[in-house]
Design a protein around this ligand. Structure first.
Ligand SMILES: [Zn+2]
Ligand SMILES: [Zn+2]
Length: 747
């Protein structure tokens, strides 16, 4: 009674406020279960947060801890939390009130890049009470008070969080692994771990940032917003997802009439895919069968990390022509511009956001298992500490907006701009760069891709494709073979001559821009081993030299034949290592220069020969040894890159044709290091059968490795895979030291 009188509170049941429980600071509440109390500034008595009788509001009304709402504190960022109750309701702040919402909206659903959720609260130590906290709403910026919210900091309540039980778990993907990763090195001191030297985590932030590439590796509001149904973007039955339709079938054996019909209607001819995301996941993710849905959600990446993945090269990527086409025929919306460098900048920001998000789930800055590194020394210390190091790179056609045909409003590309752009992106942490990707640009002829690349390059520059039969013998990943659109090939004498076609209205009106060329598109293919007539430009050579002077990682595998030949001359003269992350080893020359490439594990067992799944890896290591390189090599899965991935060995989708397969995966199994035990993987409500479904996402890397081990590939034969992070870091160290030497000797 006395306490109630002193505080002026109603009722006789308010006791003096209990002491605040010990805590580890503003980052220490992630994924914990708490009851929360609040007191007005300067007050020594408090009440507990509870839902209203109608369940649509929250207030500090409960007079006992036992009556307080059980709140799961889910980190949405460092020091920022969602407060989710046992019935799935969130505490939201709006109009000076505390509401309760069971459905949240996201920036993506609203197509509003500025949207901030009212369910997020940033937590800070209370100014007048070092043992307690105050909360501020992420949307309104208002402070939580004993009676609602207020714009005035002086009204902020002091709050405390008391450990509790009875919370509901926050919706999340399971990792399906037990045991933690400990720091580990090889006995000779070399780094332990696998590299994925070519990866795209953030393709959903390319292509205009809506849902053309659907699904995010994380979302502040959790998996329900990271991996929701794609129907809002891909349409009912996925029929607005023209990109996947074209990649999976339409463009392989192109039927121009079907393509045109699809573009005019903005829909595929028939059912395309089931759209359900979390927690049903009917048709996606599927890294080998569905190219437009996220396959590297951070929990899947974490499962791969637990299997030994320790280094990932994350290339920011997008494609402005695909984006403009899909948006221009109104098949799907965008959230921001289709321009390549808009996407690149955004993906770099989101990489930092992901690092913070994982840190936030793990208890604070630097506590997470993923760390973006900017020097080989930092990569070494990160990997040696048992964490996953991420290197930032760029792989996009209109690098630095240096188009072959400059667009109105884009600055002219010259050596000064290239240097300034390199400095800018180096400052942002980018260390690996592809000079060219798919389309012709100001640095080089395009990579020679004969499908989307050939048409897209035409649209991007207004230049017909430039393929000829007079070709150097240089190996190339894309620049070889038949030309698919024979009518669009008109070789030109001068690479950067004025373009014959005006594509400036393509984004506004793609179909009417393409209409005059329909007959050319229908012309038959050209049979023969064609290659790009042009190679590196002067500006392209400048870019290579500037990359080397900065000690950056030079990605060579999208260079067409003439360009890669010249690039190797330049790299050889500078004794500089290339990164060949689409697998072009140039007959071993990449290793002569101490560069790196990628390899893989065979997918199919040979009933007569145990260990056949290790053939490719063994042969590659022999080649590396023969060229004096460090005998190790990793993967370059190119996940989220419209590329393929390891398929299943069994069932209707088996990639092994008629070869009978043995050795189903058996659970549990242990990692190569023996530190982690893997159990049957789940996708939300369903279990995943790796044997018949293959590598649907990066989280099934443990199964890919286990498959090879069960096939009889020996630990000694697997070892080079688990030394591949060392191989990559050695290449990077060499690039850095050669860069320093070149700067010394530069005039
Ligand atoms: Zn979809
Ligand atoms: Zn690529």
């Amino acid at each position: 009674m006395l306490a109630a009188l002193l505080c002026g509170c109603e009722g006789a049941d308010v006791a003096t406020r209990p002491p605040a429980p010990p805590n580890s600071g503003r980052y220490g509440f992630a994924n914990g279960c708490y009851v929360m109390d609040a007191a007005a500034p300067g007050s020594a008595s408090s009440r507990w947060l509870a839902a209203s009788a109608s369940d649509d509001a929250y207030g500090f009304t409960a007079t006992s801890e036992g009556a307080g709402a059980r709140l799961m504190m889910r980190a949405s960022d460092l020091g920022t939390y969602l407060l989710r109750d046992a019935a799935g309701g969130y505490v939201v702040g709006a109009a000076h009130q505390l509401g309760r919402a069971t459905q949240l909206e996201s920036d993506l659903e609203r197509l509003d890049d500025t949207f901030r959720s009212p369910a997020e609260w940033s937590l800070d130590v209370a100014p007048g009470d070092a043992t307690r906290f105050q909360l501020r709403n992420y949307q309104t910026g208002e402070y939580l008070t004993a009676g609602g919210t207020s714009p005035s900091a002086s009204d902020a309540a002091t709050v405390a969080f008391y450990p509790a039980t009875g919370c509901a778990p926050f919706p999340e993907m399971t990792v399906d692994a037990e045991g933690s990763v400990a720091p580990r090195a090889w006995p000779d001191g070399d780094l332990y771990g696998i590299v994925d030297a070519h990866s795209h985590l953030f393709s959903n932030f390319g292509f205009g940032g809506a849902g053309m590439y659907h699904g995010s590796p994380f979302h502040r509001l959790g998996v329900e917003k990271a991996l929701p149904s794609c129907e809002q973007f891909h349409g009912a039955d996925g029929r607005r997802d023209l990109i996947s339709w074209a990649f999976v079938g339409g463009l392989r054996d192109l039927d121009p009439n079907a393509l045109l019909t699809a573009l005019v209607s903005g829909r595929t001819p028939e059912f395309n895919h089931h759209t359900e995301g979390y927690p049903e996941f009917t048709d996606w993710p599927n890294a080998w069968g569905s190219p437009t849905h996220q396959v590297q959600y951070y929990r899947w990446l974490e499962r791969a990390y637990r299997a030994g993945l320790r280094l990932v090269v994350q290339h920011a990527t997008t494609n402005s022509v695909l984006c403009e086409l899909i948006a221009g025929v109104r098949a799907q919306p965008t959230r921001y511009a289709c321009d390549d460098m808009v996407a690149v900048e955004r993906e770099i920001v989101e990489a930092r956001n992901l690092e913070r998000y994982i840190d936030a789930q793990s208890g604070g800055p630097g506590r997470g298992w993923l760390h973006i590194v900017t020097t080989p020394a930092e990569a070494r210390s990160t990997i040696a500490a048992g964490r996953l190091a991420v290197i930032l790179g760029i792989e996009t056609s209109n690098l630095f907006e240096c188009l072959l045909t400059p667009r109105r409003g884009t600055p002219a590309c010259d050596a000064a701009r290239v240097r300034a752009q390199l400095d800018h992106f180096h400052d942002l942490g980018v260390r690996a760069i592809f000079p060219v990707h798919k389309f012709d640009n100001a640095f080089s002829a395009g990579d020679g891709d004969r499908r989307v690349g050939q048409l897209g390059s035409f649209v991007n520059s207004g230049h017909y494709s430039n393929f000829v039969l007079d070709c150097p013998s240089t190996p190339a990943v894309f620049d070889r073979g038949n030309v698919l659109f024979g009518g669009v090939n008109r070789p030109r004498a001068v690479y950067d001559s004025p373009p014959p076609a005006d594509m400036s209205r393509f984004a506004a009106s793609p179909l009417s821009t393409l209409l005059p060329f329909v007959d050319a598109l229908r012309a038959p293919r050209l049979e023969g081993d064609y290659c790009q007539a042009a190679g590196l430009t002067q500006l392209g050579e400048t870019l290579l030299r500037e990359l080397m002077l900065r000690g950056m990682i030079v990605e060579v595998d999208h260079l067409p034949r003439r360009s890669i030949g010249r690039a190797y001359e330049i790299l050889t003269a500078a004794d500089y290592p290339p990164a060949a992350t689409h697998g072009n080893v140039m007959n071993g020359r990449v290793y002569d220069l101490h560069g790196v490439s990628i390899t893989g594990l065979g997918r199919c067992s040979d009933p007569s020969r145990p260990g056949a799944m290790g053939d490719q890896l063994r042969e590659r290591i022999a080649l590396i040894r023969a060229h004096g390189g460090y005998p190790a090599e990793g993967f370059g899965f190119d996940l989220n890159g419209f590329a393929s991935a390891p398929g299943p060995r069994f069932g209707a989708n088996s990639v092994c044709n008629d070869t009978p397969q043995q050795h189903l995966i058996r659970y549990p199994f242990t990692s190569f290091a023996g530190d982690v035990t893997f159990t049957q993987p789940h996708l939300g409500n369903r279990t995943v059968d790796f044997d018949t479904e293959g590598m649907l996402h990066i989280g099934l890397l443990p199964e890919l490795i286990e498959d090879a081990r069960r096939d009889g590939v020996s630990d000694a034969d697997m070892e080079p895979l688990f030394r591949s992070a060392e191989a990559y870091v050695r290449m990077w160290e060499r690039a850095e030291s050669r860069g320093a030497a070149l700067r010394q000797s530069a005039p």
